[in-house]
Design a protein around this ligand. Structure first.
Ligand code: ZN
Length: 271
C-alpha cells in the first residue's frame, strides 16, 4: 500500500488510501498514544490499550465511546492509566472479552474492574484464540513496569494494586498477516526472538522516550533486532515528556529498507 522507503503520509492521505483498499484488508485505526482499533477482514473488532476519552491526542469526534460500536476483544499491555484507559467502561458497554497478564487480571477480578466472565488472564508465549479460530494472540515480553491505580467507587480513594508484568502482543489475523504491538517498552535483546520467531508484518513501536524507547533506541530495535518491514510509531507527543518525533525516528533509521507509516490520531491504515 505504501510505496517508497519511508512514507510520511498526511493523515488525510492515509485515510483516503485506506478507503480504497481491497475488501479483504484489515483496518487499523490509531487513537493516539498506544490505543489502536483493529477491524479484521472477518469483521472482528479488537482494541489495544483503549485510552480514548481522556486522551489529549484523540480527536474529539472519537472520544465518545459509543462510536466504537461492537467490540469483540480488548487487549491491555499493562496497568498504567494511559493503557488501561477506558477498558472498564468499554467492557461494560460492549461485553467484549478483555485479555491481559494473569496478575493484572487477578487484580481486576478481585476488585471487580471487569466482570470475571469477560476476563482472559494469560501469560507470555501461550497463544490463545479468544474470538474464534482465525485470530491468534500471543503475549510477549516488554521491558517496562506495571502497576494499577484503583479508585474505590464507594469512597473515591485511590490505591495502588499489583499490575503483573508488562507485555506486548503478537496478533495474527485471519489472512495470516501478523502485527506486533510492543506496548510500553525499552529496547531488549529478545526483540530479535520476536522478529525471527513471529515475523510480524507490521510493528507498532513506542518512540516518545522517557518511559519507553526514544527514537534512537526504537530505530536500533527495528533495524538490528525486529527487522520488521513496516512500522507505525506510537506513544509520542501525548504528554510533554514524550518528546521523540517520527522525524527523529526516520533520521535514526538511516537507510533501513522499511516503511515508516506516520499516522495522525484518528487515521486508519489498510493492513
Ligand atoms: Zn506504561
Amino acid at each position: 500500500m505504501f510505496r517508497g522507503l519511508f512514507c510520511f503520509c498526511a493523515g488525510l492521505a492515509v485515510s483516503a488510501v485506506a478507503g480504497l483498499g481491497a475488501a479483504q484488508a484489515a483496518e487499523i485505526q490509531w487513537y493516539g498514544q498506544a490505543a489502536f482499533k483493529i477491524t479484521t477482514s472477518g469483521g472482528k473488532v479488537i482494541l489495544i490499550d483503549p485510552f480514548i476519552s481522556r486522551n489529549p491526542k484523540t480527536p474529539e469526534a472519537l472520544k465518545d465511546l459509543g462510536q466504537l460500536g461492537k467490540v469483540d476483544l480488548i487487549l491491555v499491555t499493562h496497568g498504567h492509566g494511559d493503557h488501561v484507559g477506558d477498558t472498564p467502561k468499554i467492557a461494560e458497554m460492549t461485553g467484549a472479552k478483555v485479555g491481559m497478564n494473569a496478575d493484572l487480571g487477578q487484580s481486576f477480578r478481585t476488585l471487580g474492574v471487569v466482570p470475571n466472565e469477560q476476563l482472559i488472564r494469560f501469560n507470555k508465549s501461550g497463544p490463545i484464540q479468544p474470538i474464534g479460530e482465525g485470530i491468534t494472540v500471543t503475549m510477549v515480553r516488554a521491558e517496562h513496569s506495571s502497576e494499577y491505580v484503583f479508585t474505590d467507587p464507594a469512597t473515591g480513594k485511590k490505591r495502588v494494586v499489583p499490575g503483573g508484568e508488562p507485555a506486548g502482543y503478537i496478533i495474527e489475523l485471519e489472512d495470516g498477516k501478523s502485527l506486533y504491538h510492543a506496548g510500553d517498552t525499552g529496547v531488549f535483546a529478545d526483540m530479535a526472538f520476536i522478529g525471527s520467531y513471529y515475523k510480524p508484518d507490521l510493528a507498532l513501536l513506542p518512540i516518545g522516550g522517557h518511559f519507553t524507547m526514544d527514537p534512537t533506541h526504537a530505530a536500533y530495535a527495528l533495524k538490528e533486532l525486529l527487522k520488521t518491514k513496516q512500522v507505525v510509531p506510537m506513544h509520542y507527543g501525548t504528554f510533554p515528556p514524550l518528546k521523540g518525533t517520527p522525524e527523529e525516528f526516520k533520521a535514526a533509521l538511516g537507510d533501513y529498507d522499511g516503511q515508516v507509516v506516520v499516522m495522525q490520531p484518528g487515521d486508519t491504515l489498510d493492513f
